[in-house]
Each structure stands twice: as structure tokens, then as C-alpha cells.
Design a protein around this ligand. Structure first.
Ligand SMILES: Nc1ncnc2c1ncn2[C@@H]1O[C@H](COP(=O)(O)OP(=O)(O)OP(=O)(O)O)[C@@H](O)[C@H]1O
Length: 272
């Protein structure tokens, strides 16, 4: 078990269930002011959250509420000031901004990350074949990352986060830039990971996705408010036509609003 913890004044009790893949208790985080006359930013003020194996957890909240900060702390890439974080097993983290090497091809990127995860060549090839097929980017395998569109780069970003089938998968707005088919493929993939026992936490802005999660945490003023998405809450697991239309719209709003920094046009994608 890989346990990481910090802080002496944890106000909560760690969830010690053997099925828990990450447990955050009473986590606090403030970004200190680094310049004169600027204020420090208190982001988390006693945030508590648990993710179990085979559970898909949503983290929602308005812009700037601290979702990415929380996820960075869960992933272990960001320090927290107080509280406890316990992790069990391996972790995959898909940050909001792809952290890939521009001059590597897609194949070389799989090889690099797979080797870092300690996977054998056969395991890397198997994972690459699975993910390039499911997310439909097989034909870009010999392209350099810098020549991919934003959506295809995001497919690579997502794939390398989960190619080693971690116990815990942390996804920060993973479908930014995805087209509708890929958006649906992403959720099929998430379902498959769920059945394989992976605990998945996803930062999402799309309200109509709520019924895809087992639990939703709403982050507001530094606190996480937990909402169980049960069968008796009036939400159907089969989306209605209205839901589908709304999700489709929301997905494209998400895509359009995501900024052009990571995005290339189709024409750019074709150029080498
Ligand atoms: N490195 C940093 N230094 C100082 N302040 C920061 C830093 N990173 C984030 N913040 C501030 O912390 C707050 C939370 O930011 P964070 O990115 O975690 O929010 P978010 O909920 O993920 O936002 P969004 O929905 O826009 O992605 C914001 O006020 C942000 O400006």
C-alpha cells in the first residue's frame, strides 16, 4: 500500500476500508501571496472525499472553486497544508493541460509512459492497441504530438494516464475538445474501467452527466458536499432525448469554451 499523508491537525477520520483507493480527510490548502500587496487564496477548508474501487465519482463546482487544486493534492503532485490524504495502489492522473512531449510520436509517447510504469513491451503494445481503437486515433500513431489537434492530443493525454490500469484514475476535465462520438466512447471506457475495479474521479462541468456517477461531490467555499446518486433519485440511467440533446450541446459548449491554446485546426493536424 502506498500511503502519503501530511498535516497534524486532521479533523476527520481516514476511511480504512480495504476497497478505498483514495481518502482525503479535512484537507486544507491556501496559496500564499508571493507578491507584495497581493492576497493569499484560501482554496480548501476541510475538504473530505473517498473513492472506492469500481466507483465513478464526479467532482463539480464553479470556476475557481478549487477542483484542480484538490485533484493535484489527491494525485500527490501538490502539497496541502493540513488534513490527511491516503492512497492505496497505483495512480493515473490526467491533468487539465496535457503534459506531453511535443516532438515524440504517439507510439513513442506510449512507449515512454509504459516504460516509466514498468510495463513490458507486450503490455505496452496491448494497451496501445486497446486505447487507440476505443478512442479512435489509431491512424495518428506515427504523428508527433505537436502535429495533433487539441482533441487528439487529449486522447493521448487520457490514454497515458490509464494505460497501466491504475487502481485510482484522476481525470481533470478529460473530454475537453472531444467530438460527440469520442465523448460517448469515453463513457464506455469509463464503464469498462469501473467493471475492472478501477476507482475513477472525474472533474466535470456538465450538469447532465450527474447520473453517470455513483457519487458527486460539489466543491463550494472550500468544502465538499457529497451527493449519492441512487436509483431512487428520479434520474434514469438511460438518457432521455432531452438529456442527449443537452449533453451534446454542453459538450460542444465545453469544447468551444476550452480556449484555443491547445487546439490546432484540422489543416494543422494534417501537416507534418
Ligand atoms: N499556483 C497558484 N498560485 C496562486 N493561486 C492559485 C494557484 N493555482 C490556483 N490558484 C487559485 O486557486 C483557486 C482555485 O483554482 P483551481 O484551478 O483549483 O480551480 P478550479 O475549480 O479547478 O477552476 P476551473 O473550473 O476554472 O478549472 C483560484 O482562485 C485560482 O486562481
Amino acid at each position: 500500500m502506498d500511503i502519503a499523508s501530511k498535516g497534524d491537525d486532521a479533523g476527520g477520520t481516514a476511511n480504512s476500508s480495504g476497497d478505498t483507493v483514495v481518502s482525503a480527510n479535512s484537507v486544507e490548502k491556501t496559496y500564499d501571496s508571493v507578491l507584495p500587496f497581493t492576497r493569499s487564496v484560501e482554496v480548501l477548508d476541510g475538504a473530505t472525499l473517498h473513492v472506492e474501487r469500481g466507483q465513478v465519482v464526479g467532482i463539480m463546482g464553479e470556476n475557481g472553486s478549487g477542483k484542480s487544486t484538490l485533484m493535484g493534492i489527491l494525485a500527490g503532485v501538490l502539497d496541502h497544508d493540513a488534513g490527511e490524504v491516503e492512497r492505496a495502489g497505483s495512480i493515473g492522473w490526467c491533468p487539465q493541460e496535457p503534459r506531453l512531449y511535443d516532438r515524440l510520436t504517439v507510439d513513442e509517447t506510449f512507449q515512454l509512459f509504459g516504460t516509466a510504469y514498468g510495463m513490458s513491451d507486450d503490455e505496452i503494445v496491448e494497451a496501445r492497441a486497446w486505447l487507440t481503437e476505443v478512442l479512435d486515433f489509431e491512424r495518428f500513431r506515427d504523428r508527433q504530438i505537436r502535429h495533433l489537434s487539441g482533441g487528439n492530443r487529449q486522447k493521448v493525454n487520457l490514454s497515458v494516464a490509464l494505460m497501466h490500469e491504475p487502481d485510482l484514475l484522476l481525470l481533470d476535465e478529460p473530454y475537453t475538445g472531444f467530438d460527440w462520438e469520442t465523448f460517448l466512447a469515453f463513457w464506455d471506457l469509463t464503464e469498462e474501467l469501473r467493471t475492472r475495479g478501477v476507482g475513477v474521479a472525474i472533474i466535470s462541468h456538465i450538469i447532465n452527466e450527474r447520473d453517470r456517477f455513483d457519487v458527486v461531490y460539489e466543491l463550494h467555499e472550500g468544502h465538499l458536499h457529497r451527493q449519492e446518486i441512487g436509483d431512487d433519485d428520479g434520474l434514469s440511467s438511460e438518457p432521455t432525448d432531452d438529456d442527449v440533446a443537452c449533453e451534446r450541446t454542453a459538450s460542444f459548449i465545453d469544447e468551444a469554451g476550452a480556449g484555443s491554446g491547445q487546439r490546432a485546426t484540422a489543416g494543422q493536424e494534417e501537416s507534418e
